[in-house]
Ligand binder design. Structure first.
Ligand SMILES: [Zn+2]
Ligand SMILES: [Zn+2]
Length: 189
């Protein structure tokens, strides 16, 4: 029988407490049986990841800092309210270490007000949950999906994030449960 994965969630720099507090149970509700809890330590503003030429923060050094936290959890999810990028991409909504343990979700561009629209806490949370589930699934080796409603669809625009669901398609749900399960042996006889 497999053990429920434990996800520790760390804030990075200034993140509104209410956003974090509301986010944890919602992520947990979307991953039945999983345990999602606050990390024992949070991270300061990641100044070393700042790229002044583009006024953005690079995701990779943040992932390294998260994995170096040494949380006793299966995965460590960082939540940051900054604009992140990865080399070759103008921005990322989140990033993950394939195989784990760290994943990060960046709230700044998930906010409607970033794009000149009125603030909307529910919409921000909905987007953050999708990105969190997407990045966590990457840490268990899941790739991107061609199904635009699967949470593993790669969204390069918020329109695509809003169109996809917060659920895995059947194929990806099966792949994730296989990754979470210790190798099974066929009974003899
Ligand atoms: Zn992805
Ligand atoms: Zn899928």
């Amino acid at each position: 029988m497999s053990r429920a994965p434990v996800i520790a969630v760390a804030s990075i720099g200034a993140v509104q407490i209410a956003i974090l507090q509301d986010l944890l149970p919602v992520i947990e509700a979307h991953l039945p049986g999983w345990i999602v809890r606050p990390a024992t330590r949070d991270l300061p503003q990641p100044d070393e990841a700042y790229a002044a030429s583009r006024s953005q923060y690079e995701a990779e050094p943040i992932l390294e800092r998260l994995s170096a936290l040494g949380e006793t959890a299966d995965r460590i999810l960082g939540v940051v309210d900054l604009d992140l990028y990865a080399p070759g991409l103008n921005f990322v909504f989140g990033q993950a270490q394939p195989g784990g343990p760290a994943a990060v979700v960046a709230l700044a561009r998930l906010r409607p007000e970033f794009w000149g629209e009125p603030p909307n806490a529910d919409l921000l949370q909905e987007r953050a949950v999708k990105e969190a589930v997407h990045e966590l699934a990457h840490t268990w080796g899941l790739g991107h999906c061609a199904d635009p409603t699967c949470v593993m669809f790669f969204s390069s625009t918020l329109g695509e994030t809003d169109r996809k669901s917060n659920e895995l398609c059947t194929r990806h749900a099966e792949e994730l449960s296989r990754s979470l399960r210790p190798a099974e042996r066929q009974p003899h006889g």
